[in-house]
Design a protein around this ligand. Structure first.
Ligand SMILES: Nc1ncnc2c1ncn2[C@@H]1O[C@H](COP(=O)(O)OP(=O)(O)O)[C@@H](O)[C@H]1O
Ligand SMILES: [Mg+2]
Length: 292
């Protein structure tokens, strides 16, 4: 549970940040990101490892002597992550917790203000860009999920946020404005649009200038309330005729913020195709914020 007295200035971010660890390099990077964010937001950091016994259930011999070994190994994963966090941010309050069950389910049900995980873990096939826990947690958690990669990246001073033409991206906008304020970063408002392609009617054309002007208006309408609430956050408009995934991942930034799904998605349970594409192709951390 979040501590009511651990308030940052913005209520969106205050509370308890949970980092999920499995001993992999991406999860260590997630712990570092989470420690930095805990410092920024005034939150506590809790490091959680979920002991998943399913892979061991198939054995026909008694696993009792394996039990202790499993818990011992899990404890080592937690202690290593705790050291990583304390070394990175000594001022942050850090705790660890060993849970048991199905990792994605346990993680997404944690009561936290934010979940931070790696883009990959220890399993998966060699070429996979996203782990199964990553996909499931990012698509289904109620709270913002930040997905972090092991590869270091240099600081740019800019955050990118995807602006949809519906209010589904509103929570993502709120998260992005707050992160930009906390970091003193510029916020890049990214809105991509594409005109329909008519394979059998090439005579149908569009005035691109007009479409562009209309799209800029959409962005301004969407962000108006947030801009009023965060007048000091410096904004850059980035309205492009491009695929949203390209638009969102082509400019270098410190963090990309997207909603979990857009208007086009099949109901709210799934990670939308744009969010999924961004998670695949981004080179920096990505925050997926639950859409309405
Ligand atoms: N058992 C676990 N306990 C806590 N966090 C986990 C666990 N497994 C995975 N994670 C988190 O999810 C991230 C992605 O791992 P995962 O989706 O399992 O990738 P892979 O399929 O490559 O193993 C990890 O970097 C870690 O942050
Ligand atoms: Mg795994």
């Amino acid at each position: 549970m979040g501590r009511p007295d651990a308030q940052g200035e913005g209520d969106i971010m205050a509370g308890l940040i949970i980092a999920g660890v499995d001993g992999s390099a991406p999860s260590a990077a997630a712990v570092e990101w989470a420690a930095d964010d805990a410092l920024r937001t005034g939150a506590e950091l809790r490091i959680v490892h979920v002991l998943d016994r399913r892979p061991y259930d198939i054995t026909s011999f008694p696993v009792s002597d394996q039990e202790d070994l499993l818990r011992e190994a899990a404890g080592k994963v937690l202690r290593a992550a705790e050291t990583t966090a304390r070394t990175r941010q000594p001022a942050v309050e850090v705790s660890t917790r060993l849970a048991e069950g199905v990792p994605a389910a346990v993680l997404r049900e944690q009561e936290a203000s934010e979940l931070v995980i790696g883009n990959r873990g220890l399993g998966g096939f060699a070429g996979a860009l996203l782990g199964s826990v990553t996909m499931e947690v990012a698509g289904q958690a109620e709270r913002p999920v930040v997905v972090v990669r092991a590869e270091p990246h240099e600081k740019i001073g800019e955050i990118g946020v995807g602006v949809d033409d519906s209010d589904t991206s509103d929570p993502a906008l709120g998260y992005a404005f707050e992160q930009a304020r906390l970091r003193g970063a510029t916020l890049r408002l990214i809105h991509a649009w594409q005109v329909p392609v008519h394979a059998f009617a090439p005579e149908i054309t569009y005035d691109l200038g007009e479409v562009r002007a209309a799209r800029c208006e959409v962005v301004r309408t969407r962000i108006a309330a947030w801009q009023a609430r965060y007048p000091d956050v410096k904004l850059v408009e980035n309205v492009q005729n491009a695929h949203p995934v390209d638009a969102l991942t082509s400019t270098a930034c410190d963090l990309i913020v997207v909603g979990s799904h857009g208007r086009g998605s099949l109901g709210s349970l799934f990670l939308g195709s744009v969010s999924r594409g961004v998670l695949h192709h981004a080179r920096c951390p990505v925050a997926v914020v639950r859409s309405y």
